[in-house]
Design a protein around this ligand. Structure first.
Ligand code: GLV
Ligand code: MN
Length: 213
C-alpha cells in the first residue's frame, strides 16, 4: 500500500527555495529546492504590496496573495500572507483555508468580520458565529478551516493584510464551490441539502461565481 503525506513541515534546513521545474525528480513539500549556493536575496523578496488591488468586480474586493507560488523563498517555511483591498461595501465572501489559520490586520477602513465554528457535538445546538467590527490597527484571528468573511461597512476603501500559517493555505469559497462547480453538483442533491425548491438551486447555479482568491 502506498501512502502520501503533505503538510507544512518544520524545515530540516535553513531554507529550500522553490524552483519551478516540472521534470524535477526529487521534491520537498511539492517543490524542488534550488541549489543553496545559487540562492540570492531576491528569492526571499516580493515587492508591490503597497499597491492596491483592483476591486472593480462584482464583490468589490481583491486579494493579492504572497504565497510560495509568488515568493519561492517561502517553500517549506510554513508561512505566507496576502493584501486584501475592499471598495466601499466590498466583501470577501465566506470561505475557508483548509491548511492555515489566518491572522488579519486592518490598516485602513472599517470591516465587519466573522467566522463560524464547526458542527457542535450536540446536534440540537447550532454552529456558533463570532463577529467583530475592526478598525485600523486591529488584528482578528480566523482559526484553521473555519468559514469566515470580511465586509467593508465604511464609505471609504479598506485595506488589510492577512498572514497564514502555511506556505500555501488554499482557499475554498463556499458559494463558488457549492453552486459554481464544474461540472455542477446535481441540483436534486443541493435542493435536498439546502431544503429549498429546485428552481432556487437552478437560479443559483446559473449565476457567475466570481473568485477573488
Ligand atoms: C482573507 O480572509 C483572505 O483569506 O485573504
Ligand atoms: Mn481568509
Amino acid at each position: 500500500m502506498w501512502m502520501a503525506y503533505a503538510a507544512d513541515p518544520s524545515p530540516l534546513q535553513d531554507f529550500c527555495v522553490a524552483v519551478p521545474d516540472a521534470n524535477a525528480a526529487v521534491i520537498v513539500n511539492g517543490k524542488i529546492c534550488k541549489n543553496p549556493n545559487m540562492v540570492v536575496a531576491d528569492d526571499f523578496l516580493e515587492q508591490g504590496l503597497n499597491k492596491a488591488g483592483n476591486t472593480s468586480n462584482p464583490l468589490g474586493s481583491f486579494v493579492t496573495p504572497v504565497n510560495v507560488n509568488q515568493l519561492p523563498g517561502l517553500n517549506t517555511l510554513g508561512v505566507s500572507l496576502a493584501r486584501v483591498d475592499f471598495a466601499p461595501y466590498g466583501i470577501n465572501p465566506p470561505h475557508t483555508h483548509p491548511r492555515a489559520t489566518e491572522a488579519f490586520l486592518v490598516v485602513e477602513g472599517t470591516l465587519y468580520v466573522g467566522f463560524v465554528t464547526s458542527n457542535p457535538a450536540d446536534p440540537a445546538q447550532k454552529n456558533k458565529l463570532f463577529t467583530k467590527y475592526l478598525y485600523p490597527g486591529d488584528v482578528f484571528v480566523f482559526p484553521q478551516g473555519l468559514i469566515h468573511f470580511q465586509f467593508n461597512v465604511g464609505k471609504t476603501n479598506a485595506v488589510a493584510f492577512a498572514s497564514f500559517g502555511s506556505q500555501l493555505p488554499g482557499t475554498i469559497t463556499i458559494a463558488n464551490a457549492v453552486f459554481g462547480s464544474d461540472p455542477p453538483i446535481n441540483p436534486d442533491v443541493l435542493a435536498k441539502a439546502f431544503q429549498v425548491e429546485k428552481n432556487i438551486i437552478d437560479y443559483l447555479q446559473a449565476q457567475f461565481w466570481w473568485n477573488i482568491n
